[in-house]
Design a protein around this ligand. Structure first.
Ligand code: G3I
Length: 328
């Protein structure tokens, strides 16, 4: 399996109950998970809306079932995500009141969730996607920023560390692995500030939702290396490689599959070159099969971004990733 080729976690994001294709209900998915991976992330099920659907009402059943499954098979669980603006609970989005009432909501969610999973999850995405793609407004306007101010990010990290001192704490974002260097600079400025002031943060998660054309390998290298230079952990947290950016294909051709396999190999190689062993937080694929991927729905076109096809068969991308991990 893939994970035997790496001395860091190799993971995959999976739907949990009650979503379609829940790994907990799918023997075919379980077979692939157990063969190839050492880490799991809930693709949606541990986000705010699903863990706290109503004020003060926490629903841990499905996530606990994932945790039990992971433990039974020797996998670690990465928590995603304590704070995000997308998939906050509708009651959170609808909330109105003074800043203090929003910090109460934020605090209660983080404390309850991080305490529930304390000592059980390996790591958390504490805050997800807090920066805009373009200046001048560095921080993204969200219910958290708009009502609490930028201090909500630091607050979230401090609360998470207090609630679960053993979990590694990550800031996670997209378009920072070479696509938008200025956005990465803003994330790194926050990281430097947190490190200088002793705000607890252990690493950066680079989502790496990319395609076969861009970003360039050298831009990716520079991005990972600039984070590694800070001495923190670096994760590839949500890897997928789209191939149909020109929208001309109706099926994955052998040529596209080869291109994609080579791209997987190169991305892994760049990660290994840019991040010293002790700082490798791991690589997680954002989905198991092409049919599970969020990309076609989001981009409204067919695509085949992952390592396995709809019949659970390995694509050339799997071999590409394996070769990357082997240093070949
Ligand atoms: O739960 C509802 C269901 O009740 C309804 O019938 C159905 C109809 O569309 O929608 C369901 O909600 C969907 C939700 O996933 C849960 O399945 C949303 O439409 C859909 O937009 C949502 O997409 C998720 C997306 O985050 C939300 O922004 C994707 O599955 C998930 O892969 C994606 O993951 C994110 C990471 O969390 C953060 N980084 C980017 C990444 C990709 O967008």
């Amino acid at each position: 399996g893939l994970h035997t080729l790496a001395d860091f976690p190799v993971g995959v994001a999976v739907p949990i109950d009650p979503w379609p294709n829940s790994v907990l209900q799918s023997p075919q998915r379980q077979a692939l998970v157990e063969q190839h991976f050492s880490s799991l992330t809930a693709e949606n099920g541990m986000k705010m809306a699903y863990l706290q659907p109503e004020p003060g009402q926490f629903e841990f059943g499905a996530a606990d079932a994932l945790l039990a499954y992971a433990k039974a098979h020797g996998l670690i669980l990465h928590g995603h995500a304590l704070v995000w603006h997308t998939q906050a609970a509708p009651w959170m989005d609808a909330h109105q009141g003074p800043a203090g009432s929003f910090t109460e909501i934020l605090d209660a969610h983080i404390q309850t969730v991080a305490e529930h999973f304390a000592g059980q999850v390996h790591s958390w995405d504490v805050v997800n996607e807090a920066f805009t793609d373009d200046s001048p407004s560095a921080y993204r306007s969200t219910i958290w920023l708009d009502n609490i101010g930028p201090g909500y990010i630091e607050r979230a990290f401090r609360l998470a560390r207090a609630a679960d001192p053993s979990a590694e704490l990550y800031y996670n974002d997209y378009n920072i692995s070479g696509a938008l260097p200025a956005k990465l600079e803003r994330v790194l400025a926050m990281l430097d500030d947190f490190l200088a002031r002793g705000v607890p943060i252990d690493g950066l998660g680079f989502q790496v939702h990319i395609d076969t054309d861009s970003p360039s390998l050298s831009a990716m290298y520079d991005a990972f290396a600039s984070a590694a230079k800070r001495g923190v952990k670096v994760r590839i947290s949500e890897l997928d490689i789209a191939v149909n950016q020109s929208e001309q294909y109706r099926a994955l051709t052998p040529e596209l599959a080869r291109l994609q396999a080579e791209r997987y190999r190169q991305v892994v190689q760049v990660y290994l070159q840019a991040v010293p062993p002790a700082q490798r937080g791991g690589i997680t694929l954002w989905g198991l099969t092409d049919g599970d991927s969020w990309i076609p729905g989001f981009k409204q076109r067919p695509d085949w971004p992952l390592l396995f096809d709809d019949s659970f068969a390995a694509k050339p991308a799997l071999a590409g990733m394996a070769n990357g991990l082997r240093g070949q």
